[in-house]
Write a protein that binds this ligand. Structure first.
Ligand code: NAP
Length: 244
């Protein structure tokens, strides 16, 4: 029987890392199609048959149901990369102290950073192949590590990424039962020059941060190197494990 076409999907292609990850996966030339998802089609998204675009909000299950239907018709999902996330925005700023804790902000961070990727997994993990390796990767952040938390602050972002990590670890256990070759992981991309990190970067000669392209290349290589024993893990861009 012929193998089903090989599909890579990136969610959040309007973002700095999502865009770079879609380009890096495309440059590998190993997928029949690299599909981008975002709330709006990014300017410059290539209108070519090997780069389909699907409009979807990761918090809208009707969108995700429709996206899954479209993706199922294309082939098997060998890579699913969730590159959505929020740290700051209108009405959302990382909390410097407990005085800044706010129920609406916390709920918004948890929704986008933890609930959204879990819903993506619910709809897209069933489309990963049963007969060959695959990777579901959600972009987390080192600051979501409880054991690594020495500075404090950023309550909502840290806690929402810790929740994401637990969701990924739990998904990995269930996923293994039907997809023994499949791997679910949480990945830290490094500090990357995107809108998300812009207000917090030093800039100038002290800037040791990555371009989105550099981080995406490292993440794509890391995903290719993952083994089944890595299922449920939390890894940095260089392949090192991060403690929970
Ligand atoms: N940059 C860093 O230094 C860094 C470090 C550690 C971890 N990360 C993680 O890496 C991931 C990507 O971050 P980035 O730096 O590329 O940030 P970014 O440029 O701000 O991109 C984030 C993307 O998430 C999308 N998004 C937010 N809510 C969404 C929703 N409900 N449905 C669909 N898309 C939604 C945004 O879409 P719109 O364009 O529609 O708003 C945006 O394109 C995030 O999870 C972030 O926490 C980044």
């Amino acid at each position: 029987m012929a193998e089903s076409p090989s599909i890579a999907v990136v969610l959040g292609v309007g973002g700095g890392l999502g865009d770079a990850l879609a380009k890096a996966l495309g440059a590998q030339g190993r997928y029949d199609q690299v599909v981008g998802l975002a709330r709006r089609r990014p300017e410059g998204w290539p209108d070519s048959p090997d780069r389909p675009f699907i409009e979807a909000d990761i918090l809208n299950e009707e969108d995700l149901t429709a996206a899954a239907r479209g993706l199922r018709a294309l082939g098997s999902l060998d890579r699913v990369v969730v590159a959505t996330g929020v740290l700051h925005g209108p009405g959302v700023a990382p909390e410097k102290s407990m005085r800044a804790l706010d129920a609406t902000t916390l709920a918004q961070l948890f929704a986008v950073n933890a609930v959204g990727p879990a819903l993506v997994a619910k709809h897209l993990l069933p489309l990963t192949p049963k007969d060959r390796p695959s990777v579901f990767a959600a972009l987390s952040a080192r600051v979501g590590s409880i054991s690594d938390n020495r500075l404090g602050g950023w309550y909502g972002y840290r806690a929402s990424k810790a929740a994401l990590n637990m969701l990924v670890a739990t998904l990995a256990i269930e996923h293994r039962r039907t997809r023994p070759l499949g791997v679910c992981v949480a990945l830290h991309p490094g500090t990357v020059q995107t809108d998300l990190s812009a207000p917090f970067r030093k800039g100038g000669a002290d800037d040791t941060t990555f371009t989105p392209a550099r981080s995406a290349q490292a993440l794509v290589r890391l995903m290719d190197d993952l083994k089944v024993d890595d299922n449920g893990g939390f890894f940095a861009w260089d392949g090192s494990r991060i403690g929970w």
